[in-house]
Design a protein around this ligand. Structure first.
Ligand SMILES: [Zn+2]
Length: 352
């Protein structure tokens, strides 16, 4: 396995060495362009100082002045700091600000990682020192490997101590999410490990179960939607109800009745989204696809697929408004979330 990795490293490194200076510079600029929105939106970012023929990270690291950069410790572990770069003991440039300690990585939500290559499952081929596998085991941040085109591969050799990355970025391909699940069917280790880190950072013990901002949001289960960030909310602020297509089902109404009368909710938003799978097929097609792929007859399940999203949204908003178990006049709006821009368009206003 190690021999496989060394071979892969040699081949990939030779390809990097053959790139022109101009090509490397263009790649670094493209990576910074692609990552800029993520870097700006992150609460805390860790990056690295590119060395040798790696895609240059100068432009990337200049996007914010509080980007954490690594300091290689004598035992191979990584400490982190910000500030101007100075030559370190191994000839590497390192940040000169106060060191934050290796554990600061747990506090980052975006970590940019050097790699020679990554594969579709998230396996990363590093420089070979093992520093990053130790560091990445301490964080549940979104980790992104910074690559040249052609370095995102179908499969790389993987060892047990390899910590996968969640995404890779290349100049031409942009940001690509990598799936960890391929060999993780039935395993929940990734999320349970992340929770162990979460507990150490946990500060929400003072929150109550009532919705502090009086809001309930009915939205889709789509994995691109982060309802709290989308609406500037924090834990404790709102009741979030999620169904496929953001449909107001009987069970959503049941939850809204409880939320309204017992848990402080006095306004409701129904938020479907663009590019929703529920708008792309009708119930018959979904039943047929499930039957074709699995042999299972799902026709007793009503999927509430959506033919006309605006009409369905109006219908669902009205369904909340006319519930006899909710106060008449409870403010309810419908808005469509654009998963490609983050924009929310109010389609059914309070008085519509
Ligand atoms: Zn959806």
């Amino acid at each position: 396995m190690t021999a496989d990795k060394q071979r892969a490293r040699r081949v990939l490194q030779a390809a990097r060495d053959a790139r022109s200076e101009a090509d490397r510079h263009r790649a670094g600029a493209a990576l910074a362009d692609t990552l800029e929105p993520l870097v700006r939106a992150a609460r805390r970012v860790a990056s690295y100082v590119s060395i040798g023929t790696e895609p240059p990270t100068t432009a990337l690291n200049a996007l914010r002045d509080d980007v954490l950069l690594p300091v290689l410790l004598p035992d191979g572990d990584l400490d982190w700091a910000t500030g101007p770069l100075v030559p370190g003991p191994h000839g590497l440039l390192e940040p000169s600000g106060p060191r934050q300690g290796p554990a600061v990585l747990a506090d980052c939500d975006l970590v940019l990682v050097p790699a020679l290559a990554a594969d579709r499952a998230g396996t990363r081929l590093g420089r070979g020192g093992g520093s990053y596998d130790r560091a990445l085991a301490r964080t549940s941040a979104r980790t992104v490997a910074c690559l040249y085109d052609g370095e995102l591969l179908d499969a790389l050799p993987r060892e047990d101590h390899d910590v996968p990355v969640r995404a890779a970025v290349t100049p031409a391909g942009g940001l690509v999410q990598l799936g960890w699940h391929d060999d993780r069917v039935g395993s929940f280790d990734d999320v349970l490990t992340a929770n162990a880190l979460f507990q150490q950072q946990f500060h929400d013990e003072g929150l109550e179960g009532r919705a502090a901002r009086g809001l309930a949001v009915v939205t889709c289960m789509d994995s691109r939607i982060d309802p709290l960030r989308m609406l500037g909310l924090l834990p404790g602020d709102a009741k979030i109800l999620r169904t496929a297509g953001a449909r107001v089902t009987d069970d959503v109404l049941r939850s809204l009745v409880l939320a309204h009368h017992l848990l402080g909710v006095d306004r409701v938003m129904v938020v479907p989204h663009t590019d929703c799978g529920m708008t792309k097929a009708d119930d018959d097609e979904v039943h047929r696809r499930i039957a074709e792929e699995t042999g299972i007859d799902s026709r007793s399940v009503d999927f509430h697929t959506i033919r006309d999203q605006q009409a369905v949204l109006r219908h669902d908003v009205q369904r909340v408004r006319s519930s006899p178990y909710l106060a008449s006049g409870l403010p309810v709006i419908g808005a469509v979330y654009d998963v490609h821009s983050g924009r929310l368009d109010v389609a059914v206003g309070v008085d519509d």
